[in-house]
Design a protein around this ligand. Structure first.
Ligand SMILES: Nc1ncnc2c1ncn2[C@@H]1O[C@H](COP(=O)(O)OP(=O)(O)OP(=O)(O)O)[C@@H](O)[C@H]1O
Length: 299
């Protein structure tokens, strides 16, 4: 099903072009990553999708409707980058209120508050006020708020920024678990995290879509990443490039090589390991595929 469609979408802030002629056609399903350096336009795109701001040119649709359309209200949940909780109300009070704004009765809203807090492992904090929470806990509450009413689309702007590794993992596991009924669009600077979570990756840079890649298609079919120890990278490069079925080899980082090969190649992994043995290269790791970082930034 069509999820997000942007056609020649631009957004200006005064004379600054934050999004520049974007075309995107995304469908529902596995989580989608929105990646890009600071100022690339990720938050601007989220704000447009939520109808908080409007395009300067072009069009944008969510589930075939213009953002802000009343029918979209219950279909979209969001974690804004700077999500803030009201210090004067307990978590139960504010999440219940939010659920009631989504059309639930007072009783159902209370149950929903408990349900979403349980999902982020904060059921015990129901009666707490935000001032008593750590930064990571506050973020989890804000994520819980985005989950209210089981929206079909949830936009998460840097959901794990500032969260400790155990809780970041909890959030990732939650996104994976809920992905069979909700499509998540996740912006993050943590490429390892996005790689584990997402299938589609949209790479924004200076307001433009520079790349759109499907990780399932690119990581499993045509690449190996070989990591060695204490070798001369140039020598290894030239030897690897001579292997049959190898299309291209790049140095990803010191002693790590991304090998692009013909999908029809058979047993290239075995050939690589034999080569390490023959050449006396000390082998550390052979990975099927390549990292998201290499996918986006390899020359
Ligand atoms: N309200 C605003 N007024 C003026 N300029 C803005 C406004 N909001 C964003 N910008 C500018 O638009 C560009 C895109 O900003 P945006 O916040 O969308 O980027 P981002 O990819 O989310 O960045 P980050 O990773 O730092 O959160 C930046 O150059 C930013 O300075």
């Amino acid at each position: 099903m069509s999820l997000i469609k942007c056609q020649q979408l631009s957004r200006r802030y005064g004379s600054h072009l934050a999004l520049d002629n974007i075309n995107l056609d995304l469908t529902t399903g596995q989580p989608i990553a929105l990646v890009g350096p600071n100022g690339a336009g990720k938050t601007t795109l989220f704000s447009l999708l939520l109808g908080y701001i409007h395009p300067s040119a072009g069009s944008i649709e969510v589930f075939g409707l213009p953002p802000g359309h009343p029918q979209l209200r219950s279909k979209i949940g969001a974690l804004p980058q700077d999500a803030k909780l009201d210090p004067d109300f307990t978590l139960e009070q504010q999440l219940s209120l939010f659920a009631q704004l989504r059309g639930m009765s007072a009783k159902a809203a209370k149950q929903e508050a408990l349900r979403v807090l349980t999902l982020v492992d904060l059921a015990d904090s129901l009666k707490q006020k935000p001032t008593t929470l750590s930064h990571g806990m506050s973020k989890r509450v804000a994520i819980a708020q985005a989950l209210i009413g089981e929206p079909e689309l949830i936009l998460l702007d840097e959901p794990t920024a500032g969260i400790d590794p155990a809780n970041a993992r909890l959030i990732r596991d939650l996104i994976s678990k809920l992905s069979d009924r909700t499509t998540f669009v996740v912006s993050s600077h943590n490429l390892d995290e996005l790689e584990r979570l997402c299938d589609q990756v949209v790479f924004l840079e200076r307001g433009q879509v520079k790349q759109q890649v499907s990780l399932s298609a690119t990581t499993e079919t045509q690449y190996f990443t070989l990591q060695l120890q204490a070798v001369d990278d140039q020598t290894v490069l030239s030897v690897l490039r001579q292997l049959p079925d190898v299309l291209q080899v790049n140095v990803a980082s010191q002693h790590a090589f991304v090998i692009e090969y013909q999908p029809s190649a058979t047993a290239l992994d075995v050939a690589l390991l034999q080569l390490c043995h023959q050449q006396g290269w000390r082998y550390r790791l052979l990975l099927n595929g390549r990292s998201l970082e290499d996918t986006l930034f390899a020359q």
